[in-house]
Design a protein around this ligand. Structure first.
Ligand code: PEP
Ligand code: MN
Length: 359
């Protein structure tokens, strides 16, 4: 169910409706929009008795949301979600085209700084890198754990880029939430429902990657898990799905970008690195991602890809990333997007502790 408030409804009226919903044992999710606030109701099994809410002051109408996903849907929030990072100009969603780059895994301080220096110079606003790696083999490099997170925090301190890193279970999420600016949930965990709920209680934005064979609806339902716990700062990420094609590691499904945007207000970024698994295909598909209307890119870059401890084959050399940025900037301009500098203010330190906001 969805309560649509009148355009001139006061904050107090919104609060009163939320309180009423909670008193009925449900959860209220107020979603302010440009013209009006909508309040999503979750936790109810059936319809709420007519008259219970539509008689309250400031309520325009109470409507049934027929889709299984609600908070993700444009029915609940018409305007695009823009995740802002206080103290910087960077956003995920909105006019800015988000650039997230870095190695697959943080391997050492030297490696992280070498890559960070290059991607920052080329224009990345966010630095990626795994401290906890979900590897197919238990014998492969599993990540540096908290040491990796500390290195990322140093990268933020030094370069001003916001940091994004993956949590693979509830334990690592506690730590990732402390250190990172964005919590990544990997493809293999897209339906790890307890992890999604934990991410929903986190105070940091979540980048949710599409599962290896997830349909659009399953992808949305995973995001709904996070949002239903009260975290509305969610960005989706297309990273390729498993198909019969064997010329690439995965098949990058760019058609999901307009499909997401039609039904949902959440931003969607594209990962052409995992989406193709091959270095020579990353730049062409980055161009296509901008053109198709994605809200950003997440790209793997390594200072020595042939020595990388994970995903070397798909990691760009820094010079290739420079070139990618030149091309992406040109296409971004054509589709009405811009790539802002991170623009860290002297308040950067403060911004690091301030939670990201959604507008
Ligand atoms: C990654 O970003 O390095 C990663 C493991 O991605 P995915 O979960 O999409 O495989
Ligand atoms: Mn990787």
């Amino acid at each position: 169910m969805l309560v649509v408030m009148q355009a001139h409804a006061t904050d107090e009226q919104v609060r009163a409706v939320c309180q009423k919903i909670e008193s009925l044992g449900y959860r209220a999710h107020a979603m302010p929009g440009a013209t009006r606030t909508a309040i999503g109701i979750t936790g109810n099994q059936g319809e709420i008795e007519p008259g219970t809410l539509d008689e309250l002051a400031g309520v325009q109408e109470v409507i049934r949301v027929s889709k299984p996903y609600k908070l993700v849907s444009r029915d609940v929030k018409e305007d695009n979600t823009v995740i802002a990072f206080p103290g910087t100009k960077a956003t995920i969603g909105g006019k800015n085209f988000a650039i997230i780059a870095g190695p697959c895994a943080i391997e050492s301080r030297e490696q992280a700084f070498a890559v960070a220096e290059r991607v920052c110079r080329a224009g990345a606003q966010f630095f990626r890198g795994g401290a906890y790696k979900p590897r197919t083999s238990p014998y492969s490099f599993q990540g540096l754990g908290e040491v990796g997170l500390q290195i990322m925090a140093e990268v933020r301190e030094q370069f001003g880029m916001k940091i994004i890193t993956e949590a693979i279970d509830n334990e690592s999420l506690d730590l990732v939430e402390q250190y990172a600016d964005v919590i990544q949930i990997g493809a293999r965990n897209m339906q790890n429902f307890s992890l999604l709920k934990r991410a929903g209680r986190a105070k940091k934005p979540v980048l949710l990657k599409r599962g290896l064979s997830a349909t659009l609806e399953e992808f949305f339902m995973a995001a709904e898990y996070v949002m239903s716990e009260g975290n509305y700062t969610v960005a989706l990420c297309e990273r390729g799905v498993r198909t019969f094609a064997d010329h690439t590691r995965n098949t990058l499904d760019l058609s999901i970008v307009p499909a997401v945007q039609r039904l949902s207000h959440l931003p969607i970024v594209v990962d052409p690195s995992h989406g193709t698994g091959k270095r020579n295909k990353v730049t062409p598909l980055s161009r296509a991602s901008v053109a198709v209307g994605a809200d950003g890119l997440i790209v793997e870059v390594h200072n020595q890809p042939d020595k990388a401890l994970s995903d070397g084959m798909q990691s760009l050399f820094p010079e290739q990333f420079d070139d990618l940025m030149v091309q992406v900037r040109q296409i971004a301009a054509v589709v009405g997007r811009e790539i802002v500098g991170i623009g860290s203010s002297p308040k950067q330190k403060q911004a690091e502790v301030a939670p990201a906001s959604v507008r």
